[in-house]
Design a protein. Structure first.
Lengths: 461, 227
């Protein structure tokens, strides 16, 4: 199983992606909300201000027309003096009378209708920090030449907008944090469950066919997922078992007639040397088949747990040494070099006969799939935790895409290594390793092939 | 050789009886446990071949009973269940050898003969020397001399030679060698035995007139004095 690294693979984890996606969506939402709010509040406030100024202007105009500009100036002066909280500023310039101004800049006189002007801060009791404040002014000229103006600073609107921006900023930030949290939680909820499924499936792929995915809960969809996966596993297992059973049955049933055939061949009296050779070859062929059937049956026993093996601490180095001794003459006859690189003792908890067979199969495999002149090294050593057994050759190796399948039943590599194999040697080896809680790995050495087996180290006793 | 066969399967039984009879041995065939046990107690037989699964009484039970009664004849157990565990159990309760079905007749014959010889030698003192023709094997000092000439053998070669000369004149199958020399209860495609034998042969037979070590095609090997 491929698991993401803690940091470098962060982006690849679903949790992180969930969080980022949530945060982006929430962030965009927050910005849009701010823009809409800002726009509509500004418009609303502006309209209100305009209306208020128009209203003030209507009163001023009425007063000026009824009682004249001078009177209006007096009324306003009185009004400004008594009403100190008024936010309005007034300007009256009657044609024949001193003008009255409660804080409107002179620029405003040139205006017709609404206009923004800058007022010095000193002119207005503004709490704005800047020296200059913005002011909206409505200016009108009456038919008798009187100039009327009413204005109000627009800083409350600016303050409102600034406040709104701050709220939006903090609110948006909080929203994004919430989104990240929500994404992470959602991701974790999914991931936790997917992790369970992942772990189980990888154990199943390692050969633990009868294992099932535990219920992962949380919702109907997850429930359905596990149920369906388990139903699928059930079918797969049944099919695999049936396949194994068929091959085992065939091997079992054919062994008997094949042995009879072999016995008949043995009984034959050869009339000539040539015939004797032919008979011998036929017996050899029968023996090959019998070997294959026996291997299949043994494999079936191993995989079904039919062999109750005696696990006790054994020295893998001695077993390896014996295998090297056993195979050396045959290797040399075939023009190959076989040597052991043994450091011992290397105690593992195991069944000596099965481990011997493991060694036999690995060495046999290396010798038969390399050309004459090849060097095969068998290495045993122990490190801190494991006992490591490796059989390496300098032969042609195996195409990279074949490597993961080499331990499958009857898997054969197409080209140069095909030779005459049972297609079961490495399968049996893997089954024995499995039974000993070891790990088998096969890799290309360029040139050559290396089969490495790791067993947990056993304490002497 | 006088052999008692206790086997309920008709086909297998007939096949074994025919095989031994053709080679000039006497075979008594009993088809169930109690009859077989009764026959075994007469002590007339050189080797007992007992099937593991029998009606009435299991082969293991018979072996246990016979051994507890002091019957010492060599016993070979035949079984369809030739797992490691079965084999170990069989040998522990007092059987002398163990052969899984189906088997080549030559394998059974070789093993029964080996048992017969072992039975005949039982009680005899361990020989210090074994001579085969002009070849003398000094088991104590692990020295080999042929026609007065000292031969230099590796420890491996010596073990093989010792295994063979202890069964001089008897067929030794590849399976017996795999088991006896390396404790291997499996065969391999690579014929490891042949290579060992040809090395040994190069040392003990090359340069001498009469070969001692012979290959029996499809069966195994035998070491024997010429003539």
């Amino acid at each position: 199983m491929r698991r993401a690294e803690p940091l470098s693979g962060l982006w690849r984890t679903a949790t992180f992606r969930f969080a980022v996606i949530f945060a982006s969506i929430f962030g965009v939402g927050a910005v849009l909300l701010l823009l809409v709010l800002d726009f509509s509040i500004a418009r609303f406030a502006e309209r209100e201000l305009h209306n208020a100024l128009r209203h003030q202007m209507a009163i001023m105009r009425a007063d000026a027309q009824l009682e004249g500009g001078a009177a209006l100036a007096n009324i306003l002066a009185e009004h400004v003096r008594t009403d100190t909280v008024s936010r309005y500023r007034y300007l009256v310039i009657p044609p024949d009378h001193p003008s009255f101004n409660s804080g409107i800049p002179e620029d405003a006189v040139r205006l017709r209708g609404f206009g923004h002007v800058k007022a010095r801060a000193a002119d207005v009791p503004s709490k704005a920090a800047a020296n200059v404040v913005e002011m909206l002014v409505l200016t009108e000229r009456l038919s008798d030449g009187t100039v009327l103006a009413v204005g109000r600073e627009s800083y409350p609107l600016e303050d409102l907008r600034a406040g709104l921006h701050a709220i939006a900023l903090w609110g948006g930030g909080a929203l994004i944090l919430l989104a990240i949290a929500a994404g992470s939680i959602a991701g974790l909820l999914f991931l936790r469950r997917l992790e369970l499924v992942n772990e189980t499936t990888s154990r199943i792929m390692e050969g633990n066919l009868s294992e099932r995915i535990p219920p992962i809960g949380f919702g109907q969809e997850f429930h359905d997922l596990t149920r369906n996966l388990n139903a699928m596993l059930e079918r797969l297992e049944t099919a695999m078992m049936a396949m194994r059973q068929v091959s085992t049955d065939v091997a079992h049933d054919l062994r008997m007639p094949l042995t009879r055939l072999r016995n008949r061949l043995e009984e034959l009296d050869a009339a000539s040397e040539a015939q004797a050779t032919q008979i011998e070859d036929a017996i050899g062929e029968a023996d090959e088949l019998l070997l294959q059937f026996n291997t299949m049956l043994r494999l079936a026993q191993l995989e079904s747990g039919g062999i109750r093996c005696e696990m006790r601490p054994v020295d893998l180095m001695q077993i390896t040494e014996r295998a090297v001794e056993a195979f050396q003459p045959a290797a040399e006859e075939g023009g190959r070099t076989l040597f052991g690189k043994l450091e011992g003792p290397c105690l593992v908890l195991g069944d000596a006969r099965l481990l011997s067979q493991l060694l036999g199969n690995l060495v046999d495999n290396a010798l038969r799939h390399t050309p004459a002149g090849a060097v095969v090294a068998v290495e045993v050593r122990s490190d801190l935790e494991d006992v490591v057994l490796a059989v390496s050759d300098d032969g042609p190796g195996v195409p990279e895409h074949d490597l993961p399948h080499l331990t499958l039943r009857f898997y054969r590599v197409d080209d140069s290594r095909s030779g005459a194999g049972t297609g079961l040697g490495l399968t049996l080896a893997a089954a024995i390793v499995n039974l000993h809680h070891g790990v088998i790995s096969i890799s290309n050495l360029r040139p050559g092939l290396r089969v490495e087996v790791r067993f947990p180290r056993a304490a002497p006793g | 050789m006088n052999v008692l066969l206790v086997e309920d399967d008709h086909k297998t039984g007939a096949f074994i009886v025919r095989g031994f009879t053709e080679r000039g041995h006497l075979v008594r065939w009993e088809k169930d446990g109690p009859a077989g046990a009764a026959e075994a107690r007469t002590g007339r037989y050189d080797v007992l071949i007992i099937d593991r699964m029998l009606p009435g009484q299991s082969g293991f039970a018979i072996v246990e009973t016979l051994r507890s009664e002091g019957v010492g004849s060599p016993i070979l157990i035949l079984t369809a269940l030739s797992s490691v565990e079965e084999r170990v159990q069989g040998l522990e309760i007092g059987a002398d050898d163990y052969l899984g079905k189906p088997f080549a007749f030559s394998e059974l014959l070789a093993r029964v003969r080996a048992l017969h010889r072992r039975g005949a030698e039982a009680g005899a003192t361990e020989p210090g020397h074994i001579a085969v023709g002009d070849l003398v094997v000094d088991l104590r000092n692990r020295r080999v001399v042929r026609a007065g000439r000292r031969l230099d053998l590796t420890p491996q070669e010596f073990r093989l030679l010792e295994f063979l000369v202890r069964r001089v004149g008897q067929t030794v199958t590849r399976t017996m060698l795999l088991e006896g020399l390396w404790g291997y209860d499996f065969d391999t495609r690579t014929n490891i035995i042949d290579a060992h034998v040809s090395r040994l042969r190069a040392k003990i037979d090359r340069g001498f007139d009469a070969p001692l070590l012979h290959t029996l095609r499809g069966v195994g090997y035998v070491i024997d004095a010429p003539g």
